[in-house]
Structures are given as C-alpha cells and as structure tokens.
Design a protein. Structure first.
Length: 222
C-alpha cells in the first residue's frame, strides 16, 4: 500500500524479459531500506516471464507489453514508452530486458536509463558473453552497468564488478559467479542515481560531479 510519503520518493521503473533476478535485487534493496526510493512499476515483454510473478509477490505493479503483438519495433517501443511513462519514472532500469531499442526510445530516456551487461565492456557486447570470454582465454570476466544510448551496449560505463575465470570454468559456472556480482552491483549504482550522485553528460558518466573513467568504477569479486 502506498503512503503519502511514498509519493515524494524517486520512482524507478524496471524492465524485464525473464526471471528478473536483478529486478528482485533492486526491489528487495528498496524494501529493506537500503535505497530511499520506490519501484513504481515493472514492465515485461514476455507473457511467460517468471519475473512478473516475482514482482507481484512483492506487491509491485506489473504491466505486460508483449512485443509479439506489434508489427514493427517502432510500434512496440511506442507502446512500451507509454507503459513506462504511465508510472512517471525518474529512472528506467533495464534488468535482463532482451530487446534492441529504437533510437527514438533511447533519446526519450536520455540520461535516466541504465542497463546491466554480463561482460567487462567494451568487451563482448551482445550475447553469449560468458562462453566468448572463456573461448578467448581471458582470466577475468565480470559485469558492467552503463547508461543506455543509441549504441547497443555502448553507453558510458558507470561501474564494473570483476570475477576470476578458473581453469575449469564453464559458461554456466561463470554465469553464476557473474550473476552474484550483478545482484550486488546493480542496487549500488541505482542508489547512486537516486541519491543524485550519478549523471551523464556529453563526455560520459560522472559521480559527485567528477568524471568516471571510461572503464567505469571497479569492484572486485566479493
């Protein structure tokens, strides 16, 4: 139930396509008082996504915008934008949202939309990141949180968490290690934005008014 005080809190809208484990991490951080904000809504593009039930279990408003019901990416993005804007977000959080967004959509949320990507960007943009890191012989992998721009997985990196790739690593074992760090890192970065510490300008991302390095702020595995 929303209280009058909640009306004044910064509003987060989270987009998911699957289990929404990062959505859960952020929502639980809000619920536990680690973040002075509210999850105003969760928007999903897949009717079979388990994350919608996880959101409902936390009494979060959920809206389905099934991309299969639209003839074009532009039509879908317009409907998606309308669904998001109905929640009046201060920040839009992509949490495993598996759709390529149109330039018009990304421009609409310029400077107030973030994404999490399971690699140490700029390495391994796109899919199959864990296997690609193993195949390349890398000894480190990780996760990046970045602002969303028109370039796929190419917006300014805000922060990264790093994990070791062991000699016997598989894509599944590496995914589990990286995902553990995702659930730590993403609520931290979202909270920076909510606190007014994080921003994006023409030169990249800043925290407390100071430029963030191109590779982002670095966290090591816990």
């Amino acid at each position: 139930m929303m209280t009058d005080g909640a009306l004044d809190l910064p509003r987060i809208v989270i987009l998911i396509s699957g289990t929404g484990s990062n959505m859960v991490a952020i929502a639980d951080a809000v619920k536990n008082g680690a973040m002075d904000a509210m999850v105003a809504g969760v928007v999903c593009n897949r009717p079979d996504a388990a994350g919608m039930q996880y959101a409902r279990d936390r009494d979060l408003p959920v809206e389905l915008v099934d991309h299969k019901n639209f003839d074009s990416r532009e039509d879908f993005d317009l409907a998606l934008m309308q669904a998001i804007d109905s929640f009046a977000p201060d920040l839009v959080v992509l949490a495993g949202f598996m759709r390529i967004l149109t330039p018009e959509f990304t421009r609409h949320y310029h400077g107030r939309m973030v994404n999490i990507h399971p690699s140490l960007l700029p390495k391994y943009q796109g899919l199959n990141t864990h296997q690609r890191a193993i195949d390349a012989g890398d000894d480190k992998a990780g996760v990046s949180v970045h602002f969303v721009t028109e370039e796929l997985d190419g917006g300014p990196v805000i922060a990264q968490a790093v994990v070791n790739i062991d000699a016997d690593e598989t894509a599944n074992s590496l995914k589990a290690k990286v995902q553990k760090q995702e659930h730590v890192l993403y609520p931290i970065v979202v909270n920076w934005f909510i606190q007014g510490r994080l921003a994006m300008n023409n030169d990249g991302a800043t925290i407390d008014g100071k430029p963030i390095p191109q590779s982002g702020l670095q966290l090591t595995d816990q």
